[in-house]
Design a protein around this ligand. Structure first.
Ligand code: SAM
Ligand code: SF4
Length: 348
């Protein structure tokens, strides 16, 4: 019988099409492919859909920090855990625009504005976020927001303000979700993604490795993402940043081999999507990151202040990242490259 990966091997060289009918067993077979073969296949498919010289560098701005009512077991910002994070009210538009401009000057082409909210509310704070989206978009940057749950109407208002992407991670499998978060459900998550899909705002959705999940959970999460139609244009693969004070503070490290397998599998089953090597990158060596790029990761988050979202999530700095990209012969991708992708996909 021909295995899933053998079917891929037969297709590679022709152009692997985009599918939305993935079976868990097929995804598992890809995830379990001998390591070097898996990377080779992923690198080959990556070159069919993306410019392999380009990496998109993104900057996360925490526009509202901490005091979140949700109980996500990994998160430094949940009010239920005693962490080092100091709550901070919504930043003003000018502060956000200044950080975004500075990031742009350093080669960043996408800015993600994150708020520690359960959901966006129809209030003056949401209006302020709409203003920030307008202001930062006017700088020529791709703007992504991650504000928690969103109604269709709120998604439409963000679209009208010029929003490019909305992030809403699934984090883990539907089966494991309630072990990690009890204050909302998996279908709440999918509902928000569906609300964003009623607009032209692109979807950013991925997950976290290292929550105590097993390989079946990883496959199940990828299965959910890869059967969304269309696929999320952006798929962040986070590695748990272990935060003192949270229930997951003592989780074992995720082996690099698992990180690379996850990236390669995401690349093969969602070939046109950007795969972002996100939280947890600070603990990877340059060589390990190079392996991730070879396996199809084409984006990183970088920062001027040494942390990604809050003080508890470390992130490499702009200069160190520029040095790494130079070393690897890679360049920073400008904003809005591939905007047309979602509508030009090949369906097999
Ligand atoms: N409150 C919003 C929400 O949950 O959708 C947005 C902010 S939340 C910080 C955005 C994402 O960051 C989460 O979905 C999760 O995937 C990721 N994240 C948060 N803390 C993390 C950690 N300690 N390690 C890895 N990823 C983390
Ligand atoms: Fe709140 Fe988001 Fe953190 Fe969950 S991940 S506790 S929703 S900020």
């Amino acid at each position: 019988m021909t295995s899933a990966i053998e079917k891929f091997i037969n297709k590679v060289g022709k152009a692997v099409g985009i599918r939305y009918d993935w079976q868990k067993a097929e995804i598992r077979a890809i995830y379990d492919t001998p390591f070097l073969e898996l990377i080779y296949q992923a690198a080959t498919v990556h070159r069919q859909y993306h410019n392999p010289k380009q990496i998109q560098v993104c900057k996360l701005i925490s526009i509202k920090t901490g005091a979140c009512p949700e109980d996500c077991s990994y998160c430094a910002q949940s009010s239920r855990y005693k962490t080092e994070v100091k709550p901070q009210a919504l930043l003003d538009k000018q502060t956000v625009a200044n950080i975004a401009q500075e990031a742009k000057n350093s080669g960043v082409s996408r800015v993600c504005m994150g708020a520690a909210w359960r959901e966006a509310r129809d209030n003056s704070q949401f209006d302020q976020v709409l203003d920030m989206v307008k202001e930062v978009t006017a700088l020529g940057l791709e703007v992504c927001c991650t504000l928690g749950m969103l109604t269709e109407n709120q998604a439409k208002q963000l679209e009208a303000a010029g929003l490019y992407a909305y992030n809403h991670n699934l984090d883990t499998s539907p089966e494991y979700y309630s072990t990690i978060i009890t204050t909302r459900t998996y279908s709440d998550r999918l509902d928000t993604i569906n609300n964003v899909r009623q607009t032209n705002v692109t979807v950013c959705s991925g997950g976290i490795l290292g929550l105590g999940e097993n390989v079946e959970d990883r496959v199940s999460m990828l299965h959910t993402l890869a059967n969304l139609h269309p696929h999320p244009e952006s798929v962040p693969i986070n590695i748990l940043s272990k935060v003192q004070g949270t229930p997951l503070e003592n989780q074992p490290d995720v082996p690099i081999w698992d990180v690379v397998r996850m990236i390669a599998t995401a690349r093969l089953i969602m070939p046109a999507s950007d795969v972002r090597l996100s939280a947890g990158r600070a603990r990877l060596s340059q060589v390990e990151q190079a392996l991730c790029f070879l396996a199809g990761a084409n984006s990183i988050f970088s920062s001027d202040n040494g942390h990604m979202l809050t003080v508890t999530t470390p992130c490499p700095g702009y200069d160190a990242d520029k040095e790494m990209l130079n070393l690897l012969g890679l360049e920073m991708r400008p904003s809005f490259v591939g905007r047309e992708k979602a509508t030009t996909e090949v369906v097999v």
